[in-house]
Design a protein around this ligand. Structure first.
Ligand code: RIB
Length: 315
């Protein structure tokens, strides 16, 4: 099984606030914390954890399967943050041969989380924006069954990665986050488009504020991409694809921090698709993983393991 993730790697600087500031306002928050993040890296970690916990670290067995399982293509700076982030991916069993340290600052995300666990995020892309289409080679996509992409790297790089993924015979999943207009040329190479409510609003001009409305919006988006999934936070997720359409409700959980919940969803979805599971099951696993991530603090630190998701599904 092989999942290739092409995307961003950020150090998250996180502060908790009672409420988010309005423009021009200064607020005092908690002590800041640093967490490993970046949508690309989070999704790679989420996918790796959905393969299961390594039982024999460093030697054969599941650990070896894991290192062959998820490959991360990205850029970090030649600085302390870059070092830490790349090593953290390695410890998860992710192949980082194509995660290259370069002479630019590592990407940083400035995150404020309020008392309801909702966040605002400003990303300084740094090295992530130096990953150019010409840096991608077909060899890096060889054997890929699923390619996972987001939009925190340049759009022309995302497009090239989608094309290389298609050429390699992989299913291409695009998480169109953060929201921006998507060229038709890119959508032609995408098999599964995943967006949340606000990204769906950005793409269609309609806010899907209920599962029924989200199904309508997903049908519109599926005119350009065969399968569309819209995540709806506490209302779960809807999907529309060649095998039909449906709504998956979500577990009720106590939300502490929603950072990384969307990435947990994508990682679980990608692993399930790679394992040949049908879309409704893949979406169900994504919803459970996302809900569990929202109960924990941080991005990569909050991502659940396969065993956690299975235990929830069994109960
Ligand atoms: O999806 C959450 C992620 O968005 C954070 O980890 C942050 O780095 C930004 O990329």
């Amino acid at each position: 099984m092989s999942i290739v993730v092409v995307g961003s790697i950020n150090m998250d600087l996180v502060v908790r606030v009672k409420r988010h500031p309005v423009p021009g306002e200064t607020l005092l928050g908690s002590d800041y914390e640093t967490h490993h993040g970046g949508k690309g890296a989070n999704q790679a970690v989420a996918a790796a954890r959905m393969l299961g916990r390594p039982q024999t670290p460093g030697k054969g067995g599941l650990a070896a399967a894991q290192s062959a399982g998820v490959r991360m293509i990205g850029r970090v700076g030649q600085d302390e943050f870059g070092n830490q982030l790349r090593n953290a991916l390695k410890r998860e069993g992710i192949n980082v041969n194509a995660t290259i340290p370069i002479a630019a600052p590592t990407g940083v995300a400035f995150i404020a989380v309020n008392d309801q666990g909702q966040n605002t995020i400003i990303v300084s892309p740094g090295a992530n924006h130096r990953l150019r289409p010409e840096n991608l080679s077909p060899a890096e996509f060889e054997g890929a069954q699923v390619v996972v992409l987001q939009l925190e790297i340049p759009l022309d790089t995302v497009r090239k990665a989608a094309e290389l993924g298609k050429q390699a015979g992989a299913k291409v999943i695009l998480n169109a986050a953060p929201a921006q207009k998507l060229p038709d040329k890119l959508l032609e190479s995408v098999d599964i488009l995943v967006v949340n409510e606000s990204e769906a609003l950005g793409l269609t001009g309609v806010l899907p504020d209920s599962p029924e409305m989200a199904l309508e919006v997903a049908r519109v988006l599926s005119e350009k991409t065969p399968t569309v999934v819209i995540t709806l936070g506490e209302q779960g997720a809807v999907w529309v694809g060649p095998e039909g359409s449906g709504h998956q409700p979500v577990l009720k959980v106590e939300v502490l921090d929603t950072t990384g919940a969307g990435d947990a969803f994508i990682g679980a979805l990608a692993t399930a698709i790679c394992e040949g599971k049908a879309l409704p099951q893949a979406v169900q696993r994504g919803c459970v993983a996302g809900a569990l991530a929202a109960t924990r603090v941080g991005a990569q630190s909050s991502l659940p393991w396969r065993e956690d998701v299975n235990a929830r599904l069994e109960s």
